[in-house]
Each structure stands twice: as structure tokens, then as C-alpha cells.
Ligand binder design. Structure first.
Ligand SMILES: [Zn+2]
Length: 269
């Protein structure tokens, strides 16, 4: 990688790595990764030995929100909540210009906000988490249930016959074709995200809420107006409506820029 970028070890100020899971508060060891088996691996120490520079690990969504703050939709804002809707739902919180980590570095797991206590089971073990209602896996589940109930849809045809896994782009296609089932489900998803925004406004009073992730990238044009309308309907904030809800800007670069933002953040504070 270094050779490709034409830089040498001595050019490095530090190394940042976005991890799809939980890392310890000091950013040295991976605690839990649902999708890759790297738990308890002291990755930072191993890399530090090779490169002799500070190495910092962080949750990949936290990193993505830091990157949006640095170079994307969050530029110039000091209080930001980021919600990233992909396969699951992740989050990140920036308060007074700094990433809010919490006591154990585990803050910002907005995907596991309980929205519907008797709702569908979430991967974390609880019920009705934001992720279990709005993540792509949840959307797939709702589509399969809708098909079972014989709701009107052409999603199978739009997805090329396979609905085991439905890509965000396929959801977008179905929305463009005004597929009744997918439209109904995506509207529910957007309203739920809007309700989550209301709760997050009550807790953090952010000036900006950034929505990102694969589902938003593909279907943001449909989802965002509904999120804004739902969040804006909260009477509590009617007279202090200064919270902007916007889409993330960095898309494909978010991972790399997020990793860079992590080490930049670490070296600065
Ligand atoms: Zn959960």
C-alpha cells in the first residue's frame, strides 16, 4: 500500500483503522466484531511494532462521522449526530467538536436504540432496536414477510429472481418503479428513522443530523424528505427548529477518510 502511494515508513505520522465492531476505549484492541473473527487481537500493538508510529483503532461508523465532520457534510458544525443505515445501523456523535466516546468508548451505537420494545429481534439480542427496524437486513425480512402475506409487489422480478439478499440499488429500482410493497416498507423505515431523530434531538440537541450508509446513498431521495417531515412534526422543537437533517457526502471515500480522521483526531487531542 505504501509503495503504491509512493510514501515511506518515515512519512507516516500515525495509522488509523476503522473497525466494524467495538474497540477498547484506548483504541488498541478489538473487543467484538460480529462479521470478522478478530476479537481480542492486539492489532494496534502488532502494527506499531512494524511501523513505529502511533496506531489507533476506532469503530468504523464513528470514523465515518469524524470524516464527515472533517471533510464532508458536517464541515463547520460542532454538534453532530450521524446515523449510518447499511446492512445494520451504526452511529457516531460529535459534541463540541469532539467525538463522544463514553466511559468505555462504546457510545454512539445508535442502531441499538430501542424503538419498539415488542418489535422484531435484533442481532444484539434485544427487540425492536433501530437496526432491527431500518437496517437492510430488516428491510429484506419485511419484504419476505410481505411476499408471504401476498402483498402486491414485483420485487422478485426487479431483483432478478433472488430475494435472499436484496441490494440497496435494487430497493432504489423498486422505489423508482413505485413497487407497492417496497414503497410501503421504505416509508415505514423513513418514519422510524425520523422518530429516532426526534429522540436524538431531545438527548443531544445537535445542530446537524447526518444520514449515511448504503441504504441512504441509494434511497436517500425517497427517505430523507420523510425523515425531515417526521422529525419536524415534533411540537417540542416547533419554535427552535435549527436542526438540519442532511445526507452524508463522502460515500465510497468514507472508510479511508474515516481511518485518517481517527488518527488525526488522536494526534490532536
Ligand atoms: Zn440491537
Amino acid at each position: 500500500l505504501l509503495t503504491e502511494a509512493d510514501i515511506t515508513k518515515t512519512d507516516l505520522a500515525g495509522i488509523g483503522i476503522g473497525v466494524p465492531g467495538l474497540v477498547d476505549p484506548r483504541g488498541k484492541t478489538i473487543l467484538r466484531t460480529p462479521n470478522i473473527h478478530l476479537a481480542h487481537f492486539p492489532l494496534a500493538a502488532a502494527l506499531k511494532k512494524t511501523f513505529s508510529v502511533p496506531v489507533i483503532l476506532g469503530n468504523d461508523v464513528n470514523a465515518g462521522v469524524l470524516a464527515e465532520h472533517w471533510l464532508g457534510a458536517g464541515r463547520g458544525h460542532q454538534n453532530i449526530v450521524g446515523i449510518f443505515v447499511g446492512t445494520g445501523v451504526g452511529g457516531g456523535i460529535i459534541l463540541d467538536g469532539k467525538l463522544f466516546a463514553g466511559a468505555q468508548g462504546l457510545a454512539g451505537e445508535l442502531g441499538h436504540l430501542t424503538i419498539a420494545p415488542s418489535g422484531p429481534k435484533c442481532g444484539c439480542g434485544n427487540r425492536g432496536c433501530l437496526e432491527a427496524l431500518t437496517g437492510r437486513l430488516a428491510i429484506e425480512r419485511e419484504i419476505r414477510q410481505g411476499i408471504k402475506r401476498r402483498e402486491r409487489t414485483r420485487i422478485k422480478e426487479i431483483a432478478g429472481g433472488k430475494i435472499q439478499s436484496i441490494k440497496s440499488k435494487t430497493l432504489k429500482k423498486a422505489l423508482n418503479k413505485k413497487d407497492p410493497l417496497v414503497t410501503r416498507i421504505m416509508r415505514d423505515v423513513a418514519v422510524t428513522l425520523g422518530k429516532a431523530c426526534i429522540s436524538l434531538r431531545h438527548v443531544f440537541n445537535p445542530e446537524l443530523i447526518i444520514l449515511g450508509g448504503g441504504v441512504i446513498e441509494a434511497c436517500g431521495d425517497f427517505i430523507l424528505p420523510i425523515v425531515k417531515k417526521t422529525a419536524g412534526s415534533e411540537p417540542f422543537f416547533a419554535k427552535v427548529d435549527n436542526c438540519t437533517i442532511t445526507a452524508a457526502e463522502l460515500a465510497d471515500d468514507a472508510g479511508v477518510l474515516g481511518a485518517a480522521a481517527l488518527i488525526k483526531n488522536y494526534l490532536q487531542h
